[in-house]
Design a protein around this ligand. Structure first.
Ligand SMILES: NCc1[nH]cc(CCC(=O)O)c1CC(=O)O
Length: 306
């Protein structure tokens, strides 16, 4: 293989991620030419509705998959957080790269931390996961929807529409915007989204030579963690239409997975946790999902009116 084309969304964050993978590939294979094909997805275009209402994560990856299918690109770089739990037939993840900071970040021009926000302060987020956790811990806050790419969200904060917003720390750091982070939220305070902070590389199934070329970009620890998180979410039928979070860490050979499912108002809040050797990542994810279901997660999900 002499040249590769990376399909990417055109947002600054997506382009940073594509360029990061481009640079890693060029460092690994100096003779290889790697270019980036930027494209807009429906998820980028429809900004007046929350993601959960317009059909969720698939909207950010569909156009990229079409480019792979039509041979216009060889690989697509995604934030794993945006990748649906079940890939369409004919696609596979060739690599999951080393995870960046997985935490959510508190961003505000006036307040140093969530606990400093006064009664009725307005916090922007369109993530049901972030909303349910905020409502559970800080019922006195007002949560308002906030969509758009990272820069758009920061501009809305700066325009005074919100007292604070919550964003993924990874996105801010990648864009050189770490100074906007007032404080990072510990996983116990805001459990990250499944796959948050990790990049994934998607290709057409059956391209063995391409898969082998991309294999060195895979990070085994991140891959095991993300596999456990995604297995949990899949078993819960999770999407961004369900307020759920899942976050795994690996110490030695042992994975620990924490998960939660909550009602959007944060009134019902179910948590679960389990450990297993990394080679049982999928089973670990299913076991945590089972705990959550046994505690009544299916009632919460059924009541969501999807
Ligand atoms: N939902 C959009 C999205 N997808 C991935 C990231 C951040 C980067 C990552 O998690 O790898 C973001 C922005 C955010 O949630 O603030």
């Amino acid at each position: 293989m002499k040249q590769l084309v990376i399909a990417s969304r055109e947002s600054a964050l997506a382009m940073w991620q594509a360029e990061h993978i481009q640079a890693r590939l060029q460092a690994l294979y100096p003779g290889l030419s790697v270019s980036i094909l930027g494209m807009t997805t429906q998820g980028d275009q429809i900004l007046d509705k929350t993601l959960s209402k317009i059909g969720g994560k698939g909207l950010f990856v569909k156009e990229l998959e079409v480019a792979l299918q039509e041979g216009r690109a060889d690989l697509a770089v995604h934030s794993m957080k945006d990748v649906p739990m079940n890939l369409p037939d004919g696609f596979e993840l060739a690599a999951i790269c080393t995870r960046e900071d997985p935490r959510d970040a508190f961003v505000s021009n006036r307040y140093a931390a969530l606990a400093d926000l006064p009664d009725g302060a307005v916090v922007g987020t369109s993530s049901l996961r972030r909303e349910s956790q905020l409502r559970a811990r800080y019922p006195h806050l007002t949560i308002r929807p906030l969509r758009g790419n990272v820069q758009t969200r920061l501009r809305k904060l700066d325009d005074g529409e919100f007292d604070a917003i919550i964003l993924a720390a990874a996105g801010l750091k990648r864009l050189g915007l770490s100074e906007r982070i007032r404080i990072e939220l510990a996983p116990q305070e805001s459990l990250p989204a499944v796959g948050q902070g990790a990049l994934g590389i998607e290709i057409l199934e059956g391209r063995a030579e391409l898969a082998a070329l991309l294999a060195p970009l895979n990070d085994a620890v991140t891959a095991a963690c993300v596999r456990a998180e995604r297995a949990m979410s899949r078993a819960l039928n999770g999407s961004c239409q369900v307020p759920l979070g899942g976050y795994a860490v690996q110490r030695g050979d042992m994975l620990t997975l924490n998960g939660f499912v909550a009602s959007v108002d944060g009134q019902t809040f179910l948590t679960a946790r389990a450990d297993a050797p990394a080679r049982y990542a999928d089973a670990l994810g299913r076991a945590v999902a089972k705990q959550l279901l046994d505690k009544g997660a299916d009632d919460i999900i059924a009541a969501l009116d999807l």
